[in-house]
Design a protein around this ligand. Structure first.
Ligand code: HEC
Length: 258
């Protein structure tokens, strides 16, 4: 008597590979879409895994942003652990006078007052890194300019209620306009910005500083990413190793069947 074994009509490896590639391509294009259209903003180059860069970014944040923007989800103690700083260093350099190491990064300003002063209350920036993303934040910080009436504006967030708090570092940028017609109407837009008064930093130094600040904002949005991505590498290695084991096991079982 002969035993016939039906081989299950499992999907071919080629088919699987093709659908995996298609899914990957879809994910990549979705990400580009979520980021506001492919290539709309230059890449920031910010690196959250560069601890020295995060430290410099934190210093900038405390000196220039924390006056208006709280980061309520972040405690100084966590900052110390993640950025490899002693508690004493954090309290001396990053916290305000009477703060405690377990405090969140709050501000003293009342948000009603702030809304009255700026026309809009400065938002808490704990998770801005998630909603805006690195490229947007970086571009925003590079795109403040002074318009003809002497008012600060920003090409990335038009009519932003935030003044250019870093103008001393960057200097003053002025717009070069271009006009084009849109539906019969003449529209004037900013073609690009030109540095009309140099700041304390050269343009390259300022760009580096903004990369640090962006990296810090991205870290703030998800502090656990420092560990998560690290763990992720080991998980991927494990999965690859496990796939190999599973394949060897399958080969072993099917050897007798064939
Ligand atoms: C003098 C107060 C003040 C300071 C200091 C300040 N900002 Fe702002 N910021 C504002 C206000 C007001 C807004 C709201 C702007 C709007 O929506 O028009 C804002 C908005 C923002 C936004 C959100 C834009 C959006 O809509 O998503 C970001 C990001 C931001 N600020 C980053 C910073 C960073 C980084 C610093 C430090 C370098 C800083 N800000 C310092 C007042 C300030």
């Amino acid at each position: 008597m002969t035993i016939r074994i039906e081989t299950p009509s499992a999907p071919r490896f080629g088919t699987l590979l093709r659908s995996a590639l298609a899914t990957a391509a879809l994910l990549v294009s979705l990400q580009a879409f979520a980021a506001g259209g492919a290539g709309a903003l230059p890449q920031s180059g910010a690196n959250v895994h560069d601890i020295a860069s995060l430290q410099r970014g934190a210093q900038l944040y405390v000196n220039y942003c924390l006056g208006c923007h709280s980061a309520e989800f972040m405690r100084y103690s966590r900052l110390a652990t993640d950025l490899g700083l002693s508690e004493e260093m954090v309290m001396r350099n990053l916290a305000f006078g009477d703060g405690k190491i377990g405090d969140p990064m709050s501000i003293a300003m009342d948000s009603d007052d702030a809304a009255r002063w700026f026309g809009k209350a400065p938002p808490d920036l704990s998770v801005i890194g998630r909603s805006r993303g690195a490229d947007w934040l970086n571009a925003y910080m590079l795109s403040f300019y002074r318009d003809e009436s002497g008012v600060w504006n920003n090409t990335v967030l038009e009519n932003a209620a935030m003044p250019h708090v870093l103008w001393r570092l960057q200097g003053i940028q002025e717009p070069v306009y271009e006009t084009h017609t849109d539906g019969g109407m003449e529209v004037r837009t900013v073609a690009h910005l030109e540095l009309s008064e140099p700041g304390l930093m050269s343009p390259e130094e300022y760009e580096d500083a903004m990369r640090d600040l962006t990296a810090f904002l991205i870290y703030l949005g998800e502090p656990a990413q420092l560990q998560r991505k690290h763990v992720g590498v080991w998980v991927m290695l494990f999965l690859a190793f496990f796939a190999l084991l599973a394949y060897l096991l399958k080969a072993e079982y099917w050897r007798d069947v064939h």
